[in-house]
Design a binder for this molecule. Structure first.
Ligand SMILES: Nc1ncnc2c1ncn2[C@@H]1O[C@H](COP(=O)(O)OP(=O)(O)OP(=O)(O)O)[C@@H](O)[C@H]1O
Length: 487
């Protein structure tokens, strides 16, 4: 199906999210949509899939003008969107979610649906237990489930809004192969991303948006420098690798045994020093989060000890970890990090209250404004967090990290961030390291781990490697280890 969007305009109050954007996507192709944070990519795709209505402009499918009043209508026309943050029902099972929205709903033939789920999951190499509750899945697994659901619904235009952020390198390879296959079968695939290498690897054509406007359209062979210039309106220099000197041990993990219903980490030993940045690499769900949560005081270890700055905190409550200067920034920003419905000002007041009993809202607003400026958040003090673009939600989370901190535990701090914003975030994190904070960072971006971390710990199915000096690692070796080879 050929998709045409013509002269689309969309504003949210004073924010002009899209101005005169046109896009044509041919059937049988993978079309990239590239742009910096807040460029309007998600808004454009929400309009195409029926989640939002444009203020002006039209949409044509195979030359026929269409107007969708809801995503369900979009889906009936064969347009499905895989969102950046999972849009599922966490309290229900994988199978229930898979069947959700299907004509017949939950009364549908469950056995048939179960079979379809298994077949699709096998085709992609995804390992999803149909009876698991969705809130026990990782972000990546939830994305996988949603992708399978859309395919099962028979979409002809598949929109993927940054689909690779939560999944492992081998899963990405499989996903890309599947997307190519879907394109060969005649589907139109729209691939929203910040990552230039993904555009190069996958896309037959790419449209670049900048600040709500069309910046250009490019076909291979791509020049990364040209794409960056289209995205940001100027070249963006890459930083040199930096060696931050290390201080005293901050985090000392001894023979830690910790687990949940599906995974168990055995005898983990790790010391992180002041100023050190340790990267945790592995497929989503390989145990990184267990270690992070144990070190944040959110889950109790079964055995072993956790010491922070010499104090034994094993088995102590989360509040004791907070008091010791341990801060945890989770991956799931809209469920655990931010509170939908609350504004930016309200979020900052929760973390930095300006009064004991009464809040001076005038001052609160001014403080929020200051942080918005400092962290380059595209939003206003009164903006509710769910109205921010994904990248700006991430910046907000970072702006909410209290100072000083002894130990920062960050999951995917640059997930969903464009090149320039990622550099900016890492600058902030390095600044913390230089001030003596110890950092432990989970990321699926191996290149970024290699670039910024002193040492890297690799996880595979609950196995945990010794910390490896990042300078002695190659991207290739790291990729193999993550896939369970060469241990
Ligand atoms: N519901 C909303 N209410 C108010 N403003 C909004 C809303 N949705 C989006 N915006 C604003 O519109 C602009 C474009 O946002 P959009 O999410 O489309 O960007 P994006 O290119 O997808 O960015 P990212 O890569 O960070 O997700 C941003 O300035 C954003 O804050």
């Amino acid at each position: 199906m050929k998709v045409e969007m013509r002269h689309i305009y969309k504003s949210f109050g004073p924010v002009r999210a899209l101005q005169d954007v046109s896009l044509t996507v041919q059937a049988g192709t993978i079309h990239g949509l590239l742009g910096e944070n807040g460029a309007g990519k998600t808004t454009l795709m929400k309009i195409l899939s029926g989640y939002l209505r444009p203020d002006r402009g039209e949409i044509l499918l195979d030359g026929q003008a269409v107007r969708f009043r809801s995503p369900a209508e979009g889906l009936r026309h064969g347009i499905g969107m895989l969102h950046q943050d999972p849009m599922d029902f966490p309290a229900l099972s994988v199978l229930d979610n898979f069947m959700m929205g299907h004509e017949g709903g939950l009364w549908l033939d469950r056995r048939g649906a179960r079979r379809a789920l298994k077949e699709l999951a096998d085709a992609f190499g995804f390992d999803l237990d149909p009876d698991a509750r969705v809130d026990s899945l990782t972000v990546g697994e939830r994305q996988q489930l949603e992708l399978l659901r859309l395919l099962w619904r028979g979409v002809r235009v598949l929109i993927l809004d940054e689909p690779t952020t939560g999944i492992s390198a081998p899963q990405k390879v499989r996903l890309f192969a599947t997307l190519r296959r879907l394109a060969e079968e005649g589907k139109a695939v729209i691939f929203v991303t910040h990552k230039l290498e993904e555009v190069e690897e996958l896309c037959h054509r790419v449209t670049v948006l900048r600040q709500g406007r069309l910046a250009g359209e490019v076909i291979p062979p791509y020049s990364p420098a040209r794409l960056i210039e289209l995205m940001f309106g100027r070249p963006v220099p890459m930083p040199e690798r930096e060696r931050i000197p290390l201080g005293e041990p901050v985090l000392e993990v001894q023979d830690l045994v910790v687990g949940d219903h599906r995974l168990r980490l055995s005898r983990v030993r790790l010391t992180v020093r002041a100023g050190e940045i340790i990267g945790l690499a592995g497929m989503e769900g390989s145990g990184q989060q267990l270690l992070m949560r144990a070190c944040a005081g959110l889950i109790r270890p079964w055995e072993g000890t956790i010491r922070v700055s010499g104090r034994d905190l094993t088995g102590k409550p989360y509040s004791a970890f907070l008091e010791a200067g341990v801060l945890y920034v989770p991956a799931n920003r809209l469920e655990e990090g931010l509170i939908p419905g609350l504004t930016l000002t309200e979020h900052f007041q929760l973390v930095y209250p300006n009064g004991r009993h009464l809040i001076d809202w005038e001052q609160a607003r001014a403080e929020a404004q200051r942080r918005i400026r400092e962290f380059h958040i595209r939003g206003r003090p009164e903006t509710p967090v769910e109205a921010l673009s994904g990248g700006n939600q991430q910046r907000t989370l970072l702006a909410l990290i209290r100072t000083p901190a002894r130990l920062l535990l960050l999951e995917h701090p640059t997930r969903g961030l464009d090149v320039e914003s990622s550099l900016w975030v890492w600058e902030r994190l390095k600044e913390r390291a230089r001030q003596g904070t110890a950092l432990m960072v989970v990321s699926s971006d191996l290149q970024e781990l290699m670039q910024y971390c002193h040492r890297i710990v690799v996880f595979f199915s609950g196995r945990v490697s010794e910390p490896i000096d990042a300078e002695q690692l190659t991207l290739d070796r790291l990729g193999h280890m993550i896939a369970g080879r060469g241990w």
